[in-house]
Design a protein around this ligand. Sequence first.
Ligand code: PHE
Length: 355
Amino acid sequence: MEVGDDLLGRVKILENRFHGEISQVANDQELLRLKACYLGKQGHLAEVLRGLGQMPSEQRPLLGQEANRLKQVIDHSCRDTLKRFEDEKKQKKLAQGVVDLTLPGRSAVLGSAHPLRQTMEEVEDIFLHLGFSIFEGPDVEQDYYNFAALNISANHPARDMQDTFYIDGDFLGGHVGPPLLRTHTSPVQIHVMESHKPPIRMIAPGAVYRRDSDITHTPMFHQVEGLVVDQEVRFSDLQGIVALFLRKFFGKRGVRFRPSYFPFTEPSAEVDLACAACEGKKDKSACRLCSGTGWLEVMGCGMVHPNVLRHVKYNPEKLTGFAFGMGIERMAMLRLGIPDIRLFYENDLRFLRQF
Ligand code: PHE
C-alpha cells in the first residue's frame, strides 16, 4: 500500500473512532478532553498531518481536504454535544423545580431626565409655543459681555471678586481682561443682538456661576434669560408674556410686579408669585416658604436700557425691548416642593426617583 493511501485510510479510521468515543462522553470535561485528543497540537489529526511531507505531491491536496473535513466534523459534533449537555442541565433544573416559573420577571431599570432638565424643557416648551427661539452663549465670558455691555459700570458691586469667578490666564486675547465664568445669562442678550437684526424674540437657557454656597445657593446654577426687541415694545407686553408664562408653569396663582433695579433694564421689576403654602391662611407669619410675606420672588425683568441697545448699535429712538431672567433651580424647587437646592447635585437616587 502507498504512503498516501495509508494516511487517507487513517483519517477514515480516526473519524470512525471519534464517533464511537463521543457517544460515550458523559460531561463537559470529558468532551473537552476528547476534542483536545483529536484536534490538539499533539492530537491524532496533527500526527496524521505530520506524514504529509512523505506523500507524493499530487496526493497531498486530497489528504489536506480530508483532514479539514474531519476537523469540521469534530468541531460540529463537539458543539452539538455541548449544547445537548446544557439543555439536559436546564431540563433537569426545571424538573427539580429549582426554577420557579411563577416568579415575576426582572424588569429593566428605566432612567428618567433629571428634575432640572425636565423643568428647563418645560420652560423652553412654553416659550417655543409663544414664538420665541432658543439661543445659547459661552459659559466662559469676557468682562464686556457679562458686565460692560450690560451697563454695569466698572465699580458696580456685582463685579466684586466675591461674586465672580475669574479665570487665570489670558486665552481670550490680551485687551479684553481676564476671562470669567458668566454670573448670569444676560450676556447672551448681547451676543444675539450683535449677530441678529431686530425683531428679536429669544430665550437663553444655561449654567451660571457665583461664589455662593448655602441651602438656597450653589456655586453653579441655571437660568433662563428672555429678550424681546422690536418697534413699540411696551412694559405691558412684558407683563403679558411673564404672566402668561407663570400661569402655564405654576397654574392659576397671584402674580405681582414690584419695582426693582438692574443696571441693564429701566424701569426694572421683580416678579413675585403668591405663596402656595400660606395663601388663604390667617397666620402668614408662620410660613417658612415666604417668611410670612405671602409672596415668592421668581424673576427679574425690565425694559432694555437704552445704553445696552447703543452697545449693540441698535437705535434706542426706534427700538425698545424687554428682558427677564429666572433661576431654574428656584422654579423647580417652588413647583416640586424641594426644600434644599443641594439635592439637585447629590445624585441621590432616593431623591431622583421621585421625579
Ligand atoms: N440677570 C439678572 C440676574 O441674574 C436677571 C435679569 C435678567 C433681570 C434680565 C432683568 C432682566 O439676577
